[in-house]
Design a protein around this ligand. Structure first.
Ligand code: UDP
Ligand code: MG
Length: 337
């Protein structure tokens, strides 16, 4: 219980995150989204306790239950009854990892927050290194994967390509091989909360806000229990999401394609006329006509699709719906009453 007391004593809202002013201890918030992760809860909690209780800082664990269908919620609630540092935010349905993370960030009270995957792919043992860098004065400390032990070669290759493409296309620099595992200090968190978009590509948002950033590397472990809910189709959509959130380059693509096709058509026309006038070759019409029609039809549909992608995003944003809905919050009543 002494953790709770030091917690409330060291989390004033006005704390300024300058290196010299980061007090020891400071409250650390660990944020974990849970979607059908019941089997991972005991080990996750045990490893967090082992790591964080060894340090000087009090901590809290903000668990967001993202519409789990197994007994994740029951187990989390039981855990929070045993350990008052654990708070449980139960969302009304499955909103997706990004929304769950946003909910966790909104409910975090810490001076520094660390999002973590429930499946122990982000080893809690790295946390002290993150905190140490933060104390050196960095406002964001990203944990970069030194190896992707848990991922197959295809996933590695696609991930690599994705980061190359998105960084070529967008202004913000999204670091490769970085998940959501990082430490964010309070000023950065407050900045993040001011970003109102509904479709949240967290990696991009983290990168967009800037701030002094340090990186440390770690080995990403394979999933501890359960199965990933990601598949290639979801990852593909996630990639589209990232690109359309942070770049309007695809919109320009249509213009360039249009210019390219026009130039090609013009040259082709000249050659055709030349052939006819100089050599008297009969123009063989049908195949080239078919190719031209199909090609242009394809290009037009593609351009329409790209437009539609952005239009759809505008539509979603304009509805101004909340990012997530909370059914209930489980926490031991505030401030050691
Ligand atoms: N997750 C979530 N909502 C979802 C899908 C996943 O909150 O709809 C959580 C999941 O419980 C885990 C984290 O997001 O804590 C990462 O999920 P996963 O391990 O499936 O992704 P991967 O590690 O394969 O990228
Ligand atoms: Mg995982």
């Amino acid at each position: 219980m002494d953790h709770r007391e030091s917690t409330s004593a060291h989390m004033p809202a006005h704390m300024i995150a300058l290196p010299a002013l980061i007090s020891i201890p400071a409250l650390i918030s660990i944020i974990v989204p849970f979607h059908n992760e019941a089997d991972n809860i005991p080990l996750l909690h045990a490893r967090l306790c082992a790591v964080l209780d060894a340090g000087p800082d009090p901590w809290e664990l903000v668990c967001v239950n993202d519409g789990s269908r197994d007994d994740t919620l029951a187990r989390l609630v039981a855990l929070s009854a045993r350990d008052p540092r654990v708070r449980v935010i139960d969302l009304s349905r499955n909103f997706g990892k990004e929304a769950a993370l946003t909910a966790g960030l909104d409910y975090a009270r810490g001076d520094a927050v660390i999002p973590l995957d429930a499946d122990l792919q982000d080893p809690p043992e790295v946390i002290p290194a993150l905190i140490a860098k933060w104390r050196e004065g960095f406002e964001v400390v990203t944990a970069v994967r030194a190896s992707r032990e848990g991922d197959g070669p295809i996933k590695r290759a696609t991930a690599h390509t994705f980061y190359r493409v998105i960084n070529r296309m967008s202004q913000v620099d999204i670091p490769a091989d970085t998940g959501d595992f990082r430490l964010i200090s309070r000023p950065v968190l407050d900045a993040l909360k001011r970003l109102p978009e509904r479709r949240r590509f967290m990696k991009g948002l983290f990168a967009w806000v800037g701030f002094r950033t340090a990186t440390i590397t770690y080995d990403r472990a394979p999933r501890h229990a359960g199965t990933t809910t990601w598949n290639y189709w979801k990852l593909w959509n996630f990639a589209i999401e990232g690109i359309t959130s942070f770049s309007s380059a695809p919109l320009r693509l249509a213009s360039y394609l249009g210019i390219g096709v026009s130039i090609f058509a013009f040259c082709y026309a000249i050659i055709t006329i030349f052939n006819k006038l100089v050599y008297g070759n009969p123009v063989k019409g049908y195949p080239s006509l078919l190719v031209a029609v199909l090609f242009l039809g394809g290009v037009q549909l593609l351009a329409l699709g790209v437009l539609g992608e952005y239009l759809g995003r505008l539509y979603e944003e304009s509805k101004q719906r909340p990012i997530y809905l909370v059914r209930a919050v489980w926490e031991v009543s505030d401030n050691n009453k």
